[in-house]
Design a protein around this ligand. Structure first.
Ligand code: ZN
Length: 198
């Protein structure tokens, strides 16, 4: 029996999710078919609502439904300490450890020589602007401990040289080649405590 085109398209959609192979995508697609009409509608509405309402905070790049994100709006946080991450999910991992009270800056990726991604596609100019305008005292480079993460951290550190700001890099702790959002909170907070000046 040939697969129905609507099923194929549903499987292809699930297959776009991270870590989902063809088999899992098939299981998910058929699970959706077994949902009640109500649950199917709720599911699709949730996806559309997320896509329509959530956008990047214009200051730091985290996800928000408002003009600016909860962290940028919070005056109890230290706006003179910026933690630079590659993706919003890294900031979420750092938030979970409950020990960082500064603000974030999302680069939107990493410089990658192997993938041909240069610094132009990253939000670096806006970081330099914030450092200048918000009288920032410390920039913590919390990119992943991978080759691309290190390359990016070193590049940003170089640009911040002589700008009157302390630049630190997470201490390790974090295993080389791993990613921040997989680190447990204890390892991550130890890496924060052990951050070193560049
Ligand atoms: Zn923000």
């Amino acid at each position: 029996m040939k697969e129905l085109p609507t099923i194929t398209s549903l499987i292809n959609s699930f297959g776009k999710l991270p870590g989902v192979g063809v088999k899992s995508a098939e299981r998910m697609a058929y699970a959706i078919l077994s949902f009640s009409k109500e649950d199917q509608e709720e599911f699709s509405k949730a996806i559309l609502a997320a896509g329509n309402k959530i956008h990047h905070c214009p200051i730091c790049g985290l996800y928000t439904e408002d003009d600016k994100c909860e962290i940028c709006s919070d005056m109890n946080r230290d706006h003179t300490t910026i933690c630079v991450v590659s993706e919003p999910k890294d900031a979420i991992a750092i938030e979970k450890m409950n020990a960082f009270h500064g603000v974030y800056h999302v680069l939107g990726g990493l410089i990658s020589l192997s993938k041909g991604i240069g610094c132009d596609s990253l939000h670096i100019d806006s970081l330099l602007m914030r450092v200048k305008e918000d009288k920032v005292k410390e920039v913590i480079l919390a990119t992943n401990p991978t080759l691309d993460g290190e390359t990016t951290a070193m590049y940003v550190a170089k640009l911040l040289e002589g700008k009157g700001v302390t630049v630190t890099r997470l201490g390790y702790g974090l295993p080389m080649g791993s990613s921040l959002d997989y680190a447990d909170s204890l390892t991550l907070s130890k890496a924060f405590e052990g951050r070193k000046k560049i």
